[in-house]
Design a protein around this ligand. Sequence first.
Ligand SMILES: Cc1cc2nc3c(=O)[nH]c(=O)nc-3n(C[C@H](O)[C@H](O)[C@H](O)COP(=O)(O)OP(=O)(O)OC[C@H]3O[C@@H](n4cnc5c(N)ncnc54)[C@H](O)[C@@H]3O)c2cc1C
Length: 434
Amino acid sequence: MRDVVVIGSGISGLSTAFRLKKLGYDVVVYEKDDEIGGNIKTLSESGYTFELGPQTVLADEEVMEFFREVGVEPIVANPSSKNRYIYRRGKLIPLPLSPISFLFSPLLSFSAKFKVLREPWAPPPVKNEESVADFVRRRLGQEFLDYVVAPFISGVYAGDPENLSVRYATKKVYALEQEFGSLIKGALKKKSLGPGGRLISFEGGLFTLIEKLAEGLEIKKENVVLRIRRKEDRFVLDTREGKVDTRALVVSSPAYTASYLLKDLSWSASLEFDRIDYVPVVVVNVGVKKGSVPDGFGVLIPRKEGKRILGIIFSSKLFPGKAPEGRELLTIYLGGATDREVIELSEERILELVEKELKEVLGVEGIEFSHVKKWKRAIPQYILGYGKYLDLAREMEEVHKGLFLTGNYLSGISVADCIRFSKKTAERVAGFLG
Ligand SMILES: Cc1cc2nc3c(=O)[nH]c(=O)nc-3n(C[C@H](O)[C@H](O)[C@H](O)COP(=O)(O)OP(=O)(O)OC[C@H]3O[C@@H](n4cnc5c(N)ncnc54)[C@H](O)[C@@H]3O)c2cc1C
């Protein structure tokens, strides 16, 4: 009998397993694929080193401390990464970095700026739970939604602000209204509106973190868990290589897999988790000649501008060694909640439209290298009413002592969220095991 079985070797599972192992427990990780890391995948081809999933981690002090414990050295992104662009009317407009530059920026019209200045006097919400779009329209106006918030929601969730819950998808912004009654007042008091931290990666890309985490862990790859049953004070798992008994069980697979795994424990929970929407995302990495890519993090393209690309990250500008001499690496995102059909297109068609839009947006021509990755179920959507899934997870854990649910559909979707949540999960597992 094992102390703990962890299902899934994504960042949620591995960081929880790492912490538990460090506390002295006997831990084994089961992974269905022949590769570990889940969404975190770095490839090296033709002199380019590129990410198929997350590009960077926004690491606060707690996450930096975790990297020190793991023994990996983060590389902080080039300082020019603070420059981000929004594409509007055929131009790249720098996202204003200060209130003064905001007032003089061509990004928004005069009336949109005026609406933003009136934000502290915005009316209170009329609904119990608001969508991100309703919240932003009420406080900052439609243009701010279209040209600032919606592109950011695309960049983080590949989501639709009309459906996402402000309370669950943009917790920090929601908290500012709750605490200060105004985003501007709150941001001035806290000295920031966005999530703080440093943008990092590692030598060799984000997969270096996965490799380092895996070093001291027992991981059973290509070993899918098919079924979980409860027997007295333990769980019995059917895995590809046979049965395994464990006192504690951490399920860190996506919600749609947790759904079938939890079927024998609760039919209703299983049905509910299966309803969580994961939107598709297509990630295209391209290599182009150096020259026309500006310094900065990248550009977000508002849906209103009629392009299919959601955003482009200037990857080789962020970290050294991503592209060969004289070349740039760009990472392009398409799809999401507002363009699900793109996943059905052939790779050739995707590359054609990427080539066309890269020329229109950045003036970049002549793709010399390309790689297309299709994520059919990429990112869970924290939609209106999402609280019921979080409550359900806690109820399941209450009823089935020794069961712990984690993963980006519960912790928050960033890699940093998954790492922070793993601390809480490991502490709760340790509290249970004693
Ligand atoms: C395209 C893309 C870009 C992103 N960009 C960023 C970014 O720039 N910055 C950022 O912070 N975040 C980003 N994210 C989000 C972040 O990468 C994810 O939220 C995070 O990596 C999810 O980790 P996880 O461990 O919760 O889940 P996953 O990575 O999905 O891991 C779950 C694991 O469980 C395994 N599994 C499933 N079922 C079973 C089973 N029955 N038995 C055994 N194993 C099983 C799976 O194979 C998988 O390995 C991005 C995500 C995507 C898809």
